[in-house]
Design a protein around this ligand. Structure first.
Ligand code: XMP
Length: 510
C-alpha cells in the first residue's frame, strides 16, 4: 500500500493548491492532478477521495473541461467546489445557468436542511464567492444545504452517493468556517486518518537523493531564503561535500542582504560560492517594463550564471533548486491560468549542461518546508525568514529597473523593516516590504516644490501566501515610518499604504 491521499482535480481555478494545502493541514496527504487524469489512475485504492476545483469556464460549453461520468461509479467521496459543484450538477442532469449579476467577495449564507458537509457550522456564516454561473436545478436525489441572497443553491449534497458540493470556496481564508468544512469532508466523509507528517519525508528524501546522485556532484542555486536553505541542508546531509552551493548576488537583493547571507552560510561546513553578477542582471533588465518579461530575464540570467560557475568547477552532474509546490502550481504548469511565472520553474533548459534536475521539496508547501528545516536543525531566524521572490526587487519596482530605483527601494525597505522589528511585529506580519511605484508626484520640502517618487508599503497576514489580508498598522507607527522614509530616502516625497487583500490584488505589485 502506498501513500493514502485525497486527489484534487484541477479544472483551472486559482485556489487549487490551497485546497490541497487545507487537506494537508488535516495531516492527510493531498496532491493536485489535471482534470483529465485517467479513470484507471483514480481507481487506485490509495486515493480515498476526490475534489473537483473551481475554474473560469462554463460547464455547459462543449470546449470547457469535463469529466467522464465513470468517475461517479468509483463510489469514492467527491467534493465539488464552484465550477466543480456546477460540473456535478450538470453531469448528473441538473441545470446550470448564467446569473444576471456575478457574486464576488464575502457573502453570507444560511444553512438549509441537515448537512454532513456543513455539520457544526453556524446557521449563518460568511463565505467567499466568485462566480457568474450558478446551479439553477439540482440533480435528482440531491438536497440544498445552504443559500445566499443571490444564490439559492449555495451548497448541495447527496449522502447516499457520497457527493458534496459548494458554490463558494471553503479553501479561501475569507470563508470564516472553511477549514471546518474541509475537515468534515476529510474526516467524516472520506474518513481519512491524520497520518501525514512532512518530517517523515527527511529519511526517504535523503535516501532518494543518495541513490540518484550516486558518486556525482550537485550545484545548488542558493538564495539564502527558506526553501533553498532547507534544500541545502537536505542535500548536504545526503551527499556532503559533493554539493556546491552557489549564491548569486543579482544586485536586486534587499539592503545588506548579500553580506548577511554570506556570513550565515560561511558558518556551515559547506562549499559556499558567492558570485557578484549585479552588473550583468541590470544590463539585461535595462529598458524592460513588462513584469513577466523581467521574471523571464532574471530566470534565464540566473541559469546562465550557474552554468558558467559549473564550468569553472569542472564536472558537475546535477543542478538543484529549492522549488516548492506552490511555485509549480502558480506558474501554471497545471490547467490554471498563469498569474505569475516563478523564476525557478520550467524544468532544465535543454541547452544546460547538466545530467538532470534535483528539486527535493517540489511537493511541499511553505510551512511543511519550515517544519523540515526545524527537523534538520536550521536556526529559527533562517526558518522564519519572510519570503523574498527570486526576481528580487525587479518585481518591486514598477516599470523599468535602474540602479537609482533599486537604491531608493532598498533604503525605504530597510527603514520599514527596521521599524517593524523595533515594534516587535516581525513575527506577526507574514510578509512586508517597500516597493517603488512608477508614480512621480508634486510635493513640498522646505520652501521648494519637489517632483519625486511615491513608495508603496505592503504588509500582509497570511498562512499560505495564496490569499492574504493587509495588516492594519497603528496610526502613530505608520506616520513615523512615512516621515522617516520621506526624510531619509533621497528621491521620495510620498508614501502610500496598500490596503488590498489577495484576491483581488496579489502580494507583490508586479
Ligand atoms: P503574489 O505576488 O503572487 O506572491 O501574491 C505570492 C508569494 O510568492 C512570491 N512571489 C515570487 N516568488 N518568484 C518567486 O520566487 C516570483 O516570480 C514571485 N512572484 C511572487 C511573493 O513574494 C509572495 O510570497
Amino acid at each position: 500500500m502506498g501513500q493514502q491521499k485525497i486527489v484534487v482535480l484541477d479544472f483551472g481555478g486559482q485556489y487549487n493548491e490551497l485546497i490541497a494545502r487545507r487537506i494537508r493541514q488535516c495531516h492527510v496527504y493531498s496532491e493536485v492532478l489535471p482534470y483529465n487524469t485517467n479513470i484507471k489512475t483514480l481507481q487506485d485504492a490509495d486515493i480515498l477521495g476526490i475534489v473537483f476545483t473551481g475554474g473560469p469556464n462554463s460547464v455547459y460549453k462543449q470546449e470547457s473541461p469535463h469529466i467522464s461520468k465513470d468517475i461517479f461509479k468509483l463510489k469514492k467521496p467527491i467534493l465539488g467546489i464552484c465550477y466543480g459543484a456546477q460540473l456535478i450538477a450538470y453531469e448528473l442532469n441538473g441545470m446550470v445557468e448564467t446569473a444576471p449579476v456575478s457574486e464576488y467577495g464575502r457573502i453570507e449564507i444560511s444553512k438549509k436542511n441537515d448537512s454532513k458537509l456543513l455539520k457544526g457550522i453556524s446557521e449563518n456564516t460568511e463565505v467567499f464567492m466568485s462566480h457568474t454561473d450558478f446551479v439553477s436545478r439540482l440533480p435528482e436525489g440531491f438536497i440544498v444545504t445552504s443559500s445566499s441572497k443571490n444564490c439559492p443553491i449555495a451548497s448541495f449534497e447527496n449522502d447516499n452517493l457520497n457527493i458534496y458540493a459548494t458554490q463558494f470556496h471553503p479553501e479561501v481564508s475569507h470563508t470564516v468556517e472553511g477549514q471546518k468544512i474541509i475537515e468534515n469532508f476529510v474526516y467524516n466523509i472520506v474518513k481519512a486518518k491524520p497520518t501525514w507528517k512532512p518530517e517523515s519525508f527527511v529519511k526517504t528524501k535523503i535516501q532518494e537523493i543518495k541513490e540518484k546522485v550516486n558518486d556525482g556532484t550537485v550545484l545548488l542555486g542558493l538564495s539564502g531564503g527558506v526553501d533553498s536553505s532547507v534544500t541545502a541542508a537536505l542535500l548536504s546531509k545526503a551527499i556532503g561535500k559533493k554539493l556546491y552551493c552557489v549564491f548569486v548576488d543579482h544586485g536586486l537583493l534587499r539592503k545588506n542582504e548579500a553580506e548577511e547571507v554570506e556570513k550565515a552560510f560561511k558558518e556551515y561546513d559547506l562549499n559556499f560560492i558567492k558570485v557578484d553578477a549585479s552588473k550583468l542582471f541590470l544590463n539585461r533588465l535595462s529598458g524592460v517594463t513588462d513584469p513577466e518579461q523581467k521574471r523571464k530575464i532574471v530566470g534565464s540570467t540566473f541559469l546562465e550564471v550557474f552554468e558558467k560557475e559549473a564550468k569553472k568547477l569542472g564536472e558537475i552532474d546535477y543542478f538543484a533548486q529549492g522549488t516548492i509546490y506552490p511555485d509549480r502550481i502558480e506558474s501554471g504548469l497545471g490547467v490554471s491560468a498563469t498569474i505569475k511565472s516563478h523564476h525557478n520553474v520550467g524544468g532544465l533548459p535543454k541547452k544546460m549542461n547538466f545530467k538532470g534536475l534535483i528539486e527535493p521539496l517540489d511537493n511541499l508547501f511553505k510551512d511543511e518546508v519550515r517544519a523540515l528545516g526545524k527537523e534538520l536543525g536550521l536556526p529559527a531566524d533562517l526558518i522564519n525568514r519572510q519570503p523574498f521572490p527570486g526576481p528580487g526587487l525587479s518585481i518591486r519596482i514598477i516599470g523599468e529597473v535602474t540602479e537609482e530605483k533599486v537604491k531608493i527601494v532598498q533604503d525605504a525597505d530597510y527603514i520599514f523593516r527596521e521599524e517593524i522589528k523595533n515594534a516587535q511585529l516581525d513575527t506577526t506580519i507574514s510578509q512586508y516590504f517597500a516597493a517603488l511605484s512608477n508614480l512621480k508626484s508634486v510635493g513640498v520640502m522646505g520652501d521648494s516644490r519637489t517632483y519625486e517618487y511615491a513608495i508603496v508599503l505592503r504588509a500582509v497576514i497570511t498562512d499560505n501566501f495564496m490569499t492574504c489580508k493587509a495588516y492594519h498598522f497603528d496610526e502613530g507607527l505608520m506616520t513615523k515610518i512615512a516621515d522617516r522614509i520621506v526624510n531619509e530616502v533621497k528621491g521620495v516625497n510620498r508614501v502610500l499604504y496598500d490596503f488590498t487583500s489577495k484576491p483581488p490584488a496579489t502580494i507583490e505589485l508586479e
